[in-house]
Design a protein around this ligand. Structure first.
Ligand code: C2E
Ligand code: MG
Ligand code: MG
Length: 710
């Protein structure tokens, strides 16, 4: 339906007069001016024509039969649809009373009779233009209101002279105020979040006192749901003289934007899947926590948690179930860390601790104010335990375990990276030990490195300072109980630490390249000592010296050994060198060549710690060795582990088949000795017979020992 004349090419004018001639004259003039004309003879007829023809303007006589102009106009205005239809009344120039009545009835303007047709046309044109502008304005106001509504934008104004306050429905809606007259600035202010009220109050005061425009964001506490965020803006308009007239502005619901902004901010520091903090947040907090701990002489705990075999869940059930699991894990972690904090006061303050997801299946718990490392251990235990309960994921019962690594700052690391690295190392150590367990980063992991450096320096000094010595442990022929040989074992008596076991310093000496010098010392001391024993009457006594891989790698070993033998006057056939299987792994060719050279000189070779390494019995065949020393672990299992006993027996018989002699290491019990004897083992060495002894004590032993055939 056509609602207005705008879409028509020519504006339509309704001429209402009971005089046909006047109607005709008006028609002529208006049509001449390019307007379309419709007619009515009285007020009643006019109302019908208006309804049917929808004119853009009505030109109407005041005095008419049936229904006069004023009554018709009044009736017209009752219908909101015609509230703005321009009505031009024709009155007699002296009829002031009619003019007043017509105005009251809602006439737009007057023209007096007799009518000047030229002026009429101009007047009509003018009124049509005004009406169109008004309609446009109204339409744009409607559109504005609509736009404001959809933008959650409302406007308000405060008349500064009367104090009258008016606000749009949108504003009332935003502030949950009753619509219409009841809204007051005070009521509006009351709706503002208490924490933001001062901010808005100050902005309003400044606007009123200095005319400063304002633009502030504030919250409104809603009766239900989260806070609403409103952007409130206002400015003062003044009269031409500069007197303030009105404070007006807009209020807009910006909750959506705020939420989007918050989400963006949130995601910068959080993981979108689990809503936990992300690595960035964790690092920030840890950094902060470390600084604080350092200032206050406290410690921080870092617990790294890694799900065991998470990939398997993804592969089996698909990624959506995998994601679900990660979310559930996140929930449990958060609850568990929080719960613990409230249950056990000694643990962590509630919002103190941070659970973060590091990506993948790795989670982190930061404990910024633990007092003792053990407290971090409690938390780790709790999180590992809480994850061990099955998860129900969309009907799939899933059991996962997690392994945790703990590092304590600043003990285990001065900075964030070091602490994280060490937590990871500890986590792997835990996984290796047992899935579903936790492990502290042992300071000793680092300490070993530091300590080794110290040891290295001290060991260099020890070589010159006579702190090294050699002890001797006898090897006994099982069948005769005769001491056939002794093994030279290096000893270090540290001025402060006392005796340092070779298991500790030999690897350091190897790493530092000191083992060549240490080995030479042992070799020289042992050969010289053995020569003395020979001179003392123990003529057949042989000596075994342990060699390191490095010694074997130098092509000087044969030269060095020959030199020492020459120096000490010991015959080569009394010297045996002990090598281990692991030594043969690297540079096997060179090592074997060196061994052949040594054997060429007349020295025998023992393969030490046999059974712990990588070689098989068949491998033995390819090595130039004379003796096999069965490792202590096999010997100690005799009597307790039947399997190992079987292996021990097999090694003995196999070695014999290859023409090798067998020495059992670490024999501690009579039962072991008997077993070995029954299996035809050749020799034994161990505490049962004697511990390694200093040279003079061994001399004593040699003197007092009476071999007895078993
Ligand atoms: P290894 O060559 O296998 O030496 C035997 C080790 O077993 C010695 O430990 C000895 O004290 C210990 N032992 C002997 N009988 C028993 C027993 O009945 N029960 C137990 N529980 N242990 C027994 P030690 O002296 O601590 O030496 C450890 C390792 O250090 C040696 O193992 C050897 O690999 C290395 N080592 C010692 N001296 C030297 C050396 O001069 N040069 C090199 N390269 N390595 C050496
Ligand atoms: Mg040995
Ligand atoms: Mg050994």
């Amino acid at each position: 339906m056509e609602s207005a004349g705008h879409s028509r090419k020519q504006p339509r004018v309704l001429v209402v007069d009971d005089t046909a001639t006047l109607r005709q004259m008006a028609r002529d003039a208006l049509e001449e001016d390019g307007l379309e004309v419709v007619e009515a003879a009285d007020g009643r007829a006019a109302l019908e024509v208006v309804a049917e023809q929808r004119p853009d303007l009505v030109l109407m006589d005041v005095n008419m039969p049936v229904l006069d102009g004023c009554a018709a106009c009044h009736e017209l205005r009752l219908n909101p649809e015609w509230a703005n239809l321009p009505v031009l009344m024709m009155t007699a120039s002296d009829d002031v009373e009619s003019m007043r009545t017509a105005y009251e009835a809602g006439a737009t303007d007057f023209i007096t009779k007799p009518i000047n047709w030229l002026i009429l046309c101009q007047r009509v044109r003018y009124m049509l233009r005004m009406s169109r502008t008004a309609a446009d304005l109204e339409r744009s106001q409607v559109q504005l209101a609509k736009a404001q509504r959809s933008a959650g934008l409302g406007n308000w104004e405060l008349d500064l002279r009367s104090g009258a306050f008016r606000c749009s429905d949108e504003v009332c809606g935003l502030y949950e105020l009753p619509r219409g007259q009841l809204a007051t600035p005070a009521a509006l202010l009351e709706r503002i979040h208490p924490e933001d009220r001062d901010l808005v109050g100050t902005a309003l005061e400044l606007a009123l006192s200095d005319g400063t425009p304002f633009s502030v964001d504030h919250r409104i506490q809603l009766s239900d749901g989260p806070d609403r965020h409103v952007h409130l803006q206002g400015e003062v308009s003044t009269s031409e003289d500069g007197d303030p007239l009105e404070l007006s502005g807009t209020a807009q619901d910006v909750s959506g934007r705020k939420r989007a902004e918050e989400e963006v901010r949130f995601l910068a520091y959080h993981d979108s899947l689990t809503r936990l903090g992300n690595q960035r947040l964790f690092r920030d907090r840890l950094n902060h926590g470390l600084a604080q701990a350092r200032r206050q002489g406290e410690i921080v705990g870092v617990v790294l948690l890694d799900l065991d075999h998470f990939k398997r869940i993804n592969d089996t059930f698909g990624h959506s179930v995998g994601d679900m699991l990660l979310q559930r894990v996140a929930d449990r972690l958060q609850n568990c860390v929080r719960e613990g904090d409230t249950v056990t006061r000694s643990l962590v303050a509630p919002d103190d601790s941070t659970v973060s997801r590091f990506g993948g299946d790795e989670f982190m718990v930061l404990l910024p104010s633990v007092r003792r490392p053990q407290e971090a251990g409690h938390v780790a235990r709790r999180v590992v335990d809480v994850l061990a309960h099955p998860f129900d994921l969309d009907g799939h019962q899933v059991v996962v375990t997690a392994s945790a690594g703990i590092s304590i700052g600043p003990t285990d690391g001065e900075d964030v990276d070091a602490l994280l690295r060490n937590a990871v190392a500890a986590m792997y150590a835990a996984k290796e030990r047992a899935r579903g367990s936790y492990q502290f980063y042992e300071r000793s992991m680092n300490d070993v490195v530091r300590r080794n450096l110290e040891l290295e320096g001290e060991l260099r000094a020890a070589l010159d300072a006579d702190q090294l010595s050699v002890h001797y442990q006898p090897k006994v022929e099982l069948a005769t109980n005769r001491i056939t040989s002794v093994e030279a074992l290096v000893r270090w008596t540290h001025p402060e630490l006392g005796s340092v076991p070779p298991g500790q310093f030999v690897p350091v000496a190897e790493q530092a390249g000191l083992i060549v010098a240490v080995g030479e010392f042992v070799l020289r001391t042992a050969c010289a000592q053995t020569r003395r024993w020979h001179e003392a009457g123990f003529e057949d006594l042989r000596i075994s010296v342990n060699l390191s891989a490095q010694q074997l790698r130098t092509d000087e070993i044969t030269f060095t050994v020959s030199q020492i033998l020459h120096e000490t006057g010991l015959l080569p056939k009394y010297l045996d060198v002990e090598i281990t299987e692991s030594m043969m792994i690297e540079n096997k060719g060179v090592a074997i060549a060196a061994l052949h050279q040594l054997k060429g000189v007349g020295i025998t070779v023992s393969l030490d710690d046999f059974g712990t390494g990588y070689s098989s019995l068949s491998y033995l065949n390819s090595l130039p060795v004379d003796f096999v020393k069965i490792d202590r672990t096999f010997v100690s299992a005799i009597g307790t582990d039947p399997n190992n006993a079987v292996i021990t027996a097999a090694i003995i018989s196999m070695a014999h088949t290859l023409g090798l002699q067998v020495v059992a290491e670490g024999v501690e019990t009579e039962e072991q000795r008997r077993f070995l004897l029954e299996r035809d083992c050749d020799e034994m060495q161990g505490y049962l017979f004697s511990k390694p002894l200093p040279a003079d004590e061994l001399t004593e032993l040699l003197r007092n020992h009476q071999p007895q055939r078993s």
